[in-house]
Design a protein around this ligand. Structure first.
Ligand code: R5P
Length: 259
């Protein structure tokens, strides 16, 4: 791996713990004004000091994050579909690597839809993005998007993560599942987990704890942080689990502190 690429990756996955707390605020790229993200600048501002990186689109980056902010950016460069459209898996690349470089991002990211009608296109888009990322020293995060009909089990997620790594993704975002170790053990690059739909805070902290305990290198969490009744408390609680080896009870106490 070359120096520039490794340098960018180490801004996201912190070398002192080998872990990361990514804040996902890219939901609007297909969901529109998601609850809690209607005004992204207001959502993001209080959470910035506690996030190791922000995952978002260029539109939200340009409009809602101050350029002087010291925060690594993981730029979503796929899209072109919407929640009211025919097929969410029919994504394409929406942002050039040249623009990503102009925006000084630390990584670029796209979704792959393994098992969907557009499996091949999304996997070839990943391959193309890895080629371009390698050329300019920018790591690529592959997101294993799961269609409604797909089981979120270790067999399927293990397949998706391994394919993403084989094509050259530098790290992969997936979902936590039973037997998560087998997904981790069969994927040669680091895995971060998505939070998924909003669930009670203690359950979301348990999810983060289980993922880290079973080998995830971090979380890329969105709704369970910004839709919480205490978003700052929640991201601080997640940090305690990911970076400080806190138990779920200790982390839950951190979440409740600021309420
Ligand atoms: C989905 O494709 C988006 O990339 C979201 O950023 C991702 O699902 C993580 O957010 P959440 O924790 O809300 O699931």
């Amino acid at each position: 791996m070359d120096w520039g690429l490794q340098n960018r990756l180490s801004r996201i996955i912190k070398p002192d713990t080998g872990k990361t707390v990514m804040l996902a605020v890219d939901h609007g790229y297909f969901l529109g004004p998601t609850s809690g993200l209607e005004k992204p600048a207001e959502t993001i501002k209080p959470l910035l000091p506690y996030a190791d990186s922000l995952m978002l689109t260029r539109g939200v980056l340009r409009t809602s994050v101050p350029p002087e902010a010291d925060i690594p950016i993981v730029l979503r460069v796929s899209g072109g579909t919407s929640i009211v459209g025919k097929d969410l898996s029919n994504e394409g690349i929406t942002t050039s690597v040249k623009d990503a470089i102009r925006l000084n991002v630390s990584a670029i990211t796209l979704s792959i839809f393994v098992g969907s009608d557009h499996e091949k296109e999304t996997l070839l888009a990943l391959a193309d993005l890895v080629d371009k990322g390698q050329k300019y020293g920018i790591p690529v995060l592959a997101v294993t998007a799961v269609g409604r009909d797909m089981a979120r089990d270790a067999k399927y997620l293990g397949l998706c993560c391994r394919i993403a790594a084989e094509i050259g993704a530098h790290f992969v975002k997936t979902y936590y599942c039973d037997d998560f170790e087998s997904v981790v053990n069969s994927c040669p690059v680091p895995l971060v987990i998505a939070g998924g739909k909003k669930i009670p805070e203690r359950e979301a902290l348990q999810l983060a704890y289980d993922a880290i305990a079973h080998g995830a290198c971090g979380v890329d969490m969105g709704r369970n942080i910004f839709q919480s009744d205490n978003p700052v408390g929640m991201i601080r609680a997640v940090r305690a689990i990911v970076h400080e080896k806190a138990t779920v009870e200790q982390a839950f106490a951190v979440y409740r502190e600021g309420k």
